[in-house]
Design a protein around this ligand. Structure first.
Ligand SMILES: NC(=O)c1ccc[n+]([C@@H]2O[C@H](COP(=O)([O-])OP(=O)(O)OC[C@H]3O[C@@H](n4cnc5c(N)ncnc54)[C@H](OP(=O)(O)O)[C@@H]3O)[C@@H](O)[C@H]2O)c1
Length: 311
C-alpha cells in the first residue's frame, strides 16, 4: 500500500538511497532540504521538497503534516565541536519529534542512528547519536518508534569509505595501526531495503536494531584488502600508518577546522572510532522481526561500489 512518507537527509548518501527505494516502491515522499544543499540536483527522486532545516519548527511541522511515517536520515557526521554534533543529532531530532508528536494521528517514526551509539564515550559523534536515541525514548509519547543502528555503510555515492576503496583498487591500502580491529559493513541498498521492509511491518515498534551484511564476525582491514586483491587479481601494497601519527594529524586538523571554520572529518574522535577494536554487530533480531535479509556481501558490494558490476 502506498504511504506518504516524510524523510530528512534525502540529499545525503544514506537518505538518497532510502528515498529512491521508497519512490520505487510507490510511496509518496515529502523531503526536507536545506536551501543551500549542494546535493539536491543530484538526488531528484520525484519528492515534494520542503525547504528548511532541523532548526526550523514551522517547516518541520509542514514536513510531517498528515504523513504515515517519518524516516529521519539527516545527521551531522562531521564537526569540530560537541555542540555541532548535538545541535543536529539530538536537538534537531527533538524538534522533528515534537512536530510529529503534535500530529492528530501520530506517524510511525524510524531513526537512522548508528552502531557508534553503542559506545558513546568514543567520540562526540557517537555520544550525540546515543543522545538522539535517548531523546526519542523520552519524548516520543504514544508515537510508535524504531531505531536502526547501521554499522559502516558503503556503496556508490559514499563520501567516507569510498576514497579508501578507490586507493585499494589502485593498488595501495592505508592501514591504521595493526589493522586487526573488527567491524561489520553493510551495502547501501541492503540498508535501503531494510527501511522499506520496516514500513511493511508495523508490529516492529519500540525496538533498537543493529544492521550489517550478515557476514559473521565482521571483517578486519586485512580481510577487506585480501578481498579487493582477489577481485583485482593484483598485489596491493599495505601502507601501515602509526596510530600516533594519525592522532597528531587529526589534532592539527581539528585546530585548523576550529580556526578556519570548516567541518572536519578527521578528528581525534574519528580516530577513536576508526581504532576501536569491535564494531561487529548482529542482524538476527531484525531478520526475525521483519524478515529482512541482506543480499550483498563484500565482493559483490565492492564491485558495485567501484562500478565494476551492476545490480
Ligand atoms: N554513512 C555511514 O556509514 C553511516 C553509518 C551509520 C549511520 N549513519 C547515519 O546515517 C545518517 C546519514 O549519514 P550519511 O552518511 O548519509 O551522511 P551525509 O551524506 O553527510 O548526509 C547527511 C544528510 O543530513 C542532512 N543534514 C545535515 N544537517 C542538517 C540539518 N541541520 N538540517 C537538515 N538536514 C541536515 C544533509 O543535508 P545537506 O545536503 O544540506 O548537507 C544530508 O542530507 C546520519 O544520521 C548518520 O549518523 C551513517
Amino acid at each position: 500500500m502506498a504511504n506518504t512518507i516524510a524523510i530528512t537527509g534525502a540529499t545525503g548518501f544514506v537518505g538518497a538511497a532510502v528515498a529512491r527505494r521508497l519512490a520505487a516502491a510507490g510511496h509518496l515522499i515529502q523531503a526536507l532540504v536545506r536551501p543551500a544543499s549542494v546535493h539536491r540536483q543530484a538526488n531528484d527522486i520525484g519528492a515534494q521538497w520542503i525547504e528548511g532545516d532541523l532548526d526550523d519548527n514551522d517547516c518541520l511541522r509542514q514536513l510531517v503534516k498528515n504523513v504515515d511515517a517519518v524516516i529521519h536520515c539527516a545527521g551531522a557526521v562531521r564537526g569540530a565541536t560537541r555542540e555541532q554534533f548535538y545541535r543536529v543529532n539530538a536537538e534537531g531530532l527533538d524538534r522533528l519529534l515534537r512536530a510529529a508528536v503534535d500530529q492528530p494521528q501520530n506517524p510511525r517514526f524510524l531513526l537512522i542512528s548508528s552502531l557508534s551509539a553503542r559506545e558513546p564515550e568514543v567520540s562526540h559523534y557517537a555520544a550525540s547519536k546515543r543522545q538522539g536515541e535517548v531523546v526519542l525514548n523520552r519524548q516520543s509519547g504514544q508515537l510508535p518508534w524504531t531505531i536502526y543502528r547501521p554499522c559502516a555503510v558503503y556503496g556508490p555515492g559514499d563520501r567516507e569509505i569510498l576514497p579508501i576503496f578507490k586507493w585499494m583498487a589502485k593498488g595501495v591500502a592505508p592501514v591504521l595501526g595493526s589493522g586487526t580491529g573488527r567491524f561489520s559493513l553493510i551495502f547501501i541498498e541492503d540498508l535501503a531495503d531494510a527501511v522499506v521492509d520496516w514500513l511493511e511491518h508495523d508490529s516492529c515498534q519500540f525496538a533498537t536494531y543493529e544492521l550489517h551484511d550478515g557476514h559473521p564476525g565482521g571483517y578486519s582491514w586485512h580481510e577487506v584488502i585480501d578481498t579487493m586483491r582477489q577481485l583485482r587479481r593484483k598485489m596491493i601494497i599495505r601502507l601501515s600508518i602509526p596510530l600516533m601519527f594519525v592522532k597528531f594529524v587529526a589534532a592539527v586538523n581539528l585546530l585548523a577546522a576550529r580556526t578556519l571554520g570548516y567541518a572536519p572529518m578527521l578528528t581525534p574522535g574519528k580516530v577513536g572510532e576508526l581504532s576501536h577494536p569491535d564494531w561487529v554487530c548482529d542482524n538476527t533480531p531484525l531478520s526475525r522481526d521483519i524478515g529482512w535479509a541482506p543480499r550483498i556481501l563484500l565482493p559483490e558490494g565492492l564491485k558495485l561500489t567501484l562500478g565494476w558490476n551492476s545490480i
